[in-house]
Design a protein around this ligand. Structure first.
Ligand code: FMN
Length: 165
């Protein structure tokens, strides 16, 4: 199964989780970048404002090639919802592979329902697997069991006939 891990990370936590997932699934990775939301206070304020306004900023994203069978999309949680660059990415997807997983990192505890619901609305269907991790646990490497559960959920799901595209 060809798996692609697509993620945005402002401060590196979601990148850590993306790298762990990619290593576990032998996936290709593609990072979403955005020239806003730098690492300082100004970037944090911009990120917060983008969330409140549900903005969809311009992003850069270079898909590595052939369409995958499984797409894993990673986002930090910003003000309870998706990070704005991930909103842009999901809004721009024209077709989905048979399996789609969503992984979120947050400064607070799971479940982060609002962010997952936003992703579901943008995808047009619920993801086949959902992984929500506290940033501290990702930093400490306490994510391996959760990754296995996430991947098990994904492999148990089959293609849905109502997937867009
Ligand atoms: C603008 C902004 C808003 C945030 N809002 C939330 C929030 O509502 N709930 C939460 O649990 N964490 C929140 N966080 C914390 C991030 O979700 C968390 O630190 C995440 O792991 C960062 O991922 P990254 O390092 O990949 O950018 C927020 C962070 C930023 C920058």
């Amino acid at each position: 199964m060809r798996t692609r891990v697509v993620f945005y990370s402002r401060t590196g936590i979601t990148r850590l989780l993306a790298e762990a997932l990619a290593a576990r699934t032998v996936a290709e990775t593609a990072e979403i970048t955005c020239d806003r939301y730098g690492p300082g206070l100004w970037g944090w304020l911009q990120a917060g404002r983008a969330s409140w306004r549900r903005q969809r900023p311009a992003i850069s994203y270079a898909p590595p090639g052939e369409a995958p069978d499984c797409l894993l999309v990673g986002s930090p949680v910003w003000s309870g919802v998706l990070a704005a660059p991930v909103r842009s990415y999901l809004a721009g997807l024209s077709e989905l592979p048979p399996r789609v997983g969503l992984f979120l990192t947050a400064g607070g505890p799971p479940p982060q329902d609002q962010a997952a619901a936003e992703a579901t609305a943008l995808l047009g269907r619920a993801p086949d697997g959902l992984l929500v991790m506290h940033a501290e646990d990702v930093q400490a490497g306490r994510h391996m069991d959760e990754i296995e559960d996430f991947l098990r959920d994904l492999t148990m799901h089959v293609s849905r006939p109502d997937a867009p595209g």
